[in-house]
Design a binder for this molecule. Structure first.
Ligand SMILES: [Zn+2]
Length: 199
């Protein structure tokens, strides 16, 4: 599978060697559904999950995408990215956003089905974004994390025509049958939805 052994593309070479001098804005976003190694979101670092931790698909052709699911990691940012690379963990998300500076990694292509919602129907239809922090430690929810995540969600909504509202941008706790509480009571939904719509 391409995802297991991505070829070294010009884009990866650029990202690997010349990131400091190539403005992110000059790196184009990839067309939806194209199975090419690298992130769908130009601002994200490509940190691929192990291929055992997600399902290869061809969304939105194979399955429509109409939700963004917001998570909190309950782990550090590096540990979360590391967990997704461990084939024994059987878990992944499309993106992980770091608390301190909003740095974002993409771990699963949007065309593929990440295993984040704990519910197959919701995995099929959604993009999952993890945010570094703990549900009961609100100081992890920094201004820069809200802002960078909101820009990411806005880009996803634009790509798939997803309405930028709470019916389509939901918390993990809102997935039927889940016992997860993230992003928890300290996540400021009003602010987040306002930021997504302000992009
Ligand atoms: Zn979650």
């Amino acid at each position: 599978m391409e995802h297991a052994r991505p070829r070294l593309s010009r884009r990866r070479i650029l990202q690997g060697t010349a990131l400091a001098v190539v403005p992110y804005a000059l790196l184009p976003e990839r067309p939806t559904g194209a199975h090419v190694p690298g992130p769908d979101y130009a601002l994200a670092e490509w940190q691929p999950a192990n291929a055992a931790n997600y399902t290869v698909a061809n969304r939105p052709t194979s399955h429509p995408v109409d939700q963004v699911i917001i998570h909190v990691t309950q782990a550090t940012y590096p540990n979360s990215v590391f967990v997704f690379k461990n084939p024994k963990k059987q878990v992944s998300a499309h993106y992980v956003v770091r608390s301190a500076d909003g740095h974002t990694s993409q771990c699963v292509r949007e065309a593929d089905i990440a295993w984040h919602a704990g519910d197959w129907d919701h995995n099929l239809r959604s993009i999952g974004i993890e945010h570094e922090g703990w549900v009961d430690e609100p100081f992890y929810f920094t201004d820069v994390m809200y802002e960078t995540s909101a820009r990411l969600t806005a880009a996803i909504c634009a790509r798939y025509g997803i309405p930028k509202d709470r019916a389509h941008i939901i918390g993990h706790y809102e997935v039927p049958g889940t016992d997860h509480t993230d992003p928890g009571p300290h996540w400021d939904w009003t602010r987040y939805i306002r930021l997504v719509n302000a992009v």
